[in-house]
Design a protein around this ligand. Structure first.
Ligand SMILES: O=C(O)c1ccccc1NCC(=O)[C@H](O)[C@H](O)COP(=O)(O)O
Length: 218
């Protein structure tokens, strides 16, 4: 499925002003990180304030990394989320158990021969996911690292997967045009590329990113 306009999710929103800047620029979805080890982690209280200032028609994605079920349920009892994002080693049964659409992140590991490993077996293990997010692998942090992986692998997954593919990992204004042209993903997901420092988005970088997405998509 080739989108006429590539959707964009901005992840790791920690401030109301950043949510507003992303919504004004045209973000389709915003990500709230409920992973305590991340510099972008928010409490449900912070998340509720961020959501309260954001205009309607922006989807909310809650991000977890190998959570206990109680953590996810507790967040869902306190704020409204449209989609769950699982960024650890969660299996399909776990991801489906909350009754919400979910996106499964798969980190593309380099293989022993220097080529990237094939993510297709992991993708097909999540046939009921609403989307698969392909991200770079970094042993020090499960996501939000600003690193890229081999986009040829992402293109192969877009061609082979029945589930929409979201491209992530090191996206920024200077490379997103090539990413859209080469990979043709359903959507893009990014964090570091629109930040002045981890967790703090920069409105000028957000605008520059969307200018480029709009230029290439139209
Ligand atoms: O953003 C984080 O801090 C984070 C921490 C742990 C797991 C996932 C995390 N982010 C997930 C995302 O959806 C990011 O947008 C994605 O990894 C791409 O990040 P970046 O390379 O910084 O654009």
């Amino acid at each position: 499925m080739i989108p006429r306009r590539t959707r964009v999710k901005i992840c790791g929103i920690t401030r109301p002003s950043d949510a507003l800047a992303a919504a004004q620029a045209g973000a389709d979805a915003l990500g709230l990180v409920f992973y305590p080890a991340s510099k972008r982690a928010v409490s449900t209280t912070q998340a509720a304030v961020i959501q309260s200032v954001t205009p309607v028609f922006v989807s909310w994605v809650g991000l977890f990394v190998d959570p206990e079920p109680e953590q996810v349920k507790s967040v869902l009892n306190q704020i409204k989320l449209d989609c769950l994002q699982f960024h650890g080693d969660e299996d399909a049964g776990f991801c489906e158990s909350f009754g919400l659409p979910y996106m499964k992140a798969i980190r593309v590991k380099p293989g022993r021969d220097g080529m990237a490993t094939d993510p297709m077996p992991e993708i097909t293990a999540h046939p009921n996911a609403s989307a698969i997010l392909l991200d770079a692998y970094d042993p020090s942090m499960p996501g939000g690292t600003g690193k890229r992986f081999d986009w040829r692998v992402a293109r192969q997954c877009v061609e082979a997967s029945e589930v929409p593919i979201v491209l992530a990992g090191g996206l920024k204004a200077s490379n997103v045009g090539k990413a859209i042209r080469d990979v043709q993903p359903w959507a893009l997901d990014l964090s570091s590329g629109v930040e002045s420092e981890p967790g703090l988005k920069d409105p000028a970088l957000i605008d520059a990113f969307f200018d480029e997405v709009n230029r290439v998509s139209n």
